[in-house]
Design a protein around this ligand. Sequence first.
Ligand SMILES: [Fe+2]
Length: 395
Amino acid sequence: MSPSVLQQPGFTVVTMKTPNDKLTNFGAVIDDIDLNEISDEDVTALSEAIWAHKVVVVRGQKDLHPQKQWDLVTRFDPNAEEVHSHGDMKTFNKNAGLLARGHYVHAVPEIENIRIIGKGYQGSDHYYGLKDMTIDAPPLHSWHAMKLSDEEFEAGHTRFQRWHIDAPLYDRDPAWFTTLRCIKRPKAPAVTVHWDDGSGQSMTVNPGLTAFFSSVQMYDLLTPREKAYADHSWVEYAPHPYTWLGGAESLPTGLGISGAGKELTLDMLPAYDASKIKHYPMVWINPVTNERAFMVHAICVRRLFLRTSPNATPEVVEDLEAVRSWLRPLQERILKPEYIMVPDLDEGDIVMWANYQLFHSAIDYPSSMGPRTMHQANIGASRGPTGLFMVPAVA
Ligand SMILES: [Fe+2]
């Protein structure tokens, strides 16, 4: 992008150095800002930096009050309704389906839009109310169809949990950004993420961190023919998609569902409003850099509308095996260690990412390494993704 597009910020944005063994082209670090006291101009500049660099780590926010984290999130998108993109806590824990499988998600007391992500003992009094709380959940990859044994996991063999964007994909539009502040995490020993898909691929990472790949780079890896499809096609997400997924299980890479047939039928779902079902173009445009990102949350897609030119009648694909086998080769091309970045976070660092430009995944580690506490917040966007065309109102 042209640097002239950026507001002149009162802080310094340093591009992350790409290690020699990586092909990633995103990421930046800011060291000289206090998010407790950030001006409106700097909120705008920070927002543009997140769009431009896609992942931004703001260091040294140990004293950031959770309310200030939420305030920042609302200032990024002042026209949005002031609620977490997944709704209030009661709604979330009732309807989260896959997102809360096997455990209850907690929020910071009195600041319920700040969600607590982590595991293990959360302290004697976490933000004045959660006393002696322990988050005890199954391993994050336990939803993979091909199971990882406890013995292997305890020995440091782990996996990507689920490549995703933070998005309800029903009713509210996905958050532009997600913010995730590291309160506590173990730093050693390293764990090894295995693909476990027969490819033999693996990468070594420090525990308690989040992995990212760029959907802009994913788009760039498409052939001209695939780009023609991507540019002009759209997807329809299932109503209440994480409930609709039912007992579906993941491939061992965390990218995509293994097979099909464990989803709920539409008549088994909680009541839904057809007008709240999401239809999004496959390609989302970055409002600051104009880059194209291939943004399809494949596991939640119910139908594809495929075409290679703006006025063609789309081919509708609704057989789920076919939906998934069409998307899979386009998406898994990027799933290689050289395209995956796992930015390091110290306690007090906050990572913010452009949810419309990247996929991310958690990576679990053995509980014996110690507890993890993160504060996560995002807001259902005031304006959904922009593609190269308007999705027709009636499919
Ligand atoms: Fe997430």
